[in-house]
Design a protein around this ligand. Structure first.
Ligand code: IMP
Ligand code: MG
Length: 175
């Protein structure tokens, strides 16, 4: 597997991002909202470096059914959401690809009257975005390849890898 971002680089970047976030929010209580399932590693590592009063919640939404990169209908499962009204929310995801998932989630969260909303992504794929969305925190820009590891999956496999790697077999399915 072709490693794109090593475990060491990820850990270093997550630490610096946590420092930025801690400085930006100062002592304001923050609700970290991770998008299942891809954000789990990122969330777990990030929060351990945050010097802030924190709540953690999870939200389930999926625009990709099964394997590849054909977007389906985005479904949000509101039953998992903690109470976010009047709270400062930081929405976390593994990757910004077309931007559809995060923009729909952001729209949903704003409708719940959050006090503020910011978005953090570990990776942002270059040249794939279809809807306008500017993450407030972004770990790495990556080329237009299908990647796995550190939360990112292919058919729910490979999420546990400590690095981000290109999955060779399906490189050609993305244009
Ligand atoms: P978006 O709505 O197109 O931005 O898609 C975001 C979601 O698609 C992410 O949360 C991932 O679950 C998935 N995704 C997009 N690109 C990749 C990839 O290269 N590897 C694994 N999952 C991906
Ligand atoms: Mg995902």
């Amino acid at each position: 597997m072709n490693i794109l971002i090593s475990a060491e680089r990820i850990q270093e970047r997550v630490r610096t991002m946590a420092a930025e976030i801690s400085a930006d929010y100062r002592d304001r209580p923050l609700t970290i909202l991770g998008v299942l399932t891809g954000s789990l590693m990122f969330l777990a590592d990030l929060v351990r470096h945050l010097d802030l009063p924190i709540r953690i919640g999870l939200v389930q939404a999926s625009s990709y059914r099964g394997a590849a990169t054909t977007p389906g209908e985005l479904r949000i499962h509101p039953e998992l959401l903690p109470d976010v009204r009047n709270r400062h929310v930081l929405l976390l995801d593994d990757i910004l690809d077309t931007g559809r998932t995060l923009s729909r989630l952001a729209e949903h969260l704003r409708s719940l009257e959050v006090a503020s909303l910011r978005i953090a992504v570990l990776c942002r794929k270059i040249g794939r975005q279809e809807v306008p969305l500017e993450p407030d925190y972004q770990g790495f820009e990556i080329p237009n390849e299908f990647v796995v590891g550190y939360g990112l999956d292919y058919n729910d496999e490979y999420r546990h890898l400590p690095f981000v790697a290109v999955l060779p077999q399906i490189e050609s399915t993305q244009d």
